[in-house]
Design a binder for this molecule. Structure first.
Ligand code: SF4
Length: 329
């Protein structure tokens, strides 16, 4: 029996990388216990990529392939594209009428991101970007979801969503929107191959559909302990990217690998080979499934259409009540 309703989404900005796997694995589990709505949130992608929308269709297809390859099941969950369910946009508009500007301006990530993007020469002082957390709130509330899988950094967005739900219910004297709770997901602690945050823009990511040759190459490039020059120099695994990956993907052996590194008994080449094998064991079945799905693009599109129908049905029920509450016929 369903333990509640979940909405979650991802921005389609390119092929997913290994850092997204823990989030997706969590979604796959939740499918068995909850009624799940998973949206490829293309309108969110436009808040920053409004000047380059031509790549969106390809990125949407990539995301659908990645999700299905990891194990999202269209029989269990509604898998759809946000912009195909117009009710997200309508609820965003209605909620924008009741949301004080100060609530959006104080979202901690807003000023940081504006500053970061301005430094990169991108002017993002747009109405759409300011309203991004409100669109997220609409994404959740349009399904009246009571649980949202989020990382710690997204908690302020969820708090805004809860505040907006409360304000709507109070203003119109209804109990339409539940205040969704956070289902905290395991943080992505995997760095990129160069030790920085994993990001396609740094070229330090490991895509989840990566080919074996490229995987081996990426692991060979991983930053290790810079103080270790010769194979028998004592190493410091705590500063090594390869070791961080072993912690994640080889929990059984990570302690002994760390000891061997400290004692200068294992070389970095050998250590990286072992990691490549571990990663390959995780990624091979995903790649295999992805390759077979790539042969069936029409089937994937059909899944998104079916997902849209399921999502729109629930979203429309909410919108009928929301319109009524706001005296909109
Ligand atoms: Fe890193 Fe392994 Fe080399 Fe130690 S042996 S520095 S853990 S790659």
């Amino acid at each position: 029996m369903s333990q509640g309703r979940i909405f979650s989404g991802m921005r389609p900005t390119g092929k997913l990388h290994i850092g997204h796997l823990s989030v997706l694995e969590n979604w796959v589990k939740l499918q068995d216990s909850h009624e799940c709505f998973f949206g490829i949130v293309d309108w969110h992608a436009l808040t920053t990529a409004f000047d380059n929308p031509a790549t969106l269709p390809e990125h949407i297809m990539d995301m659908a392939l990645d999700w299905l390859s990891v194990g999202l099941d269209p029989e269990k969950s509604a898998i759809f594209v946000q912009s195909h369910v117009k009710q997200h946009g309508e609820l965003h508009l209605l909620l924008s009428m009741i949301t004080p500007l100060s609530w959006l301006e104080r979202v901690p990530t807003y000023k940081d991101q504006i500053q970061q993007l301005n430094q990169q020469g991108k002017d993002i002082n747009t109405y759409g970007f300011l309203g991004y957390p409100l669109l997220m709130a609409a994404d959740i509330l349009v399904y009246r979801a009571n649980l949202v899988p989020v990382g710690v950094d997204q908690l302020p967005h969820l708090e805004l969503c809860r505040e907006v739900a409360r304000r709507f219910n109070y203003l119109y004297q209804v109990s339409l929107f539940p205040e969704p709770q956070a289902a905290l997901s395991r943080e992505n602690v995997l760095p990129g191959t160069d030790g920085r945050k994993m990001s396609k823009s740094y070229g330090n990511e490991i895509a989840i559909g990566i080919e074996p040759k490229e995987l081996a190459q990426k692991v060979r490039q991983m930053v290790t302990d810079p103080a270790r020059i010769r194979k028998d120099d004592p190493g410091h695994p705590e500063v090594c990217v390869v070791h961080t990956y072993h912690e994640f993907y080889d929990a059984e052996n990570v302690a002994s690998l760390g000891e061997s590194c400290r004692a200068g008994e294992i070389g970095c080449v050998e250590c990286k080979k072992r990691l490549t094998q571990k990663l390959e064991a995780v990624l091979a079945p995903i790649r295999e499934k992805r390759l077979s799905l790539e042969q069936k693009p029409e089937w994937v599109k059909e899944i998104l259409i079916e997902g849209q129908k399921r999502a729109a049905l629930e979203a429309e029920k909410t919108m009928a009540l929301a319109r009524e509450a706001m005296s909109i016929k």
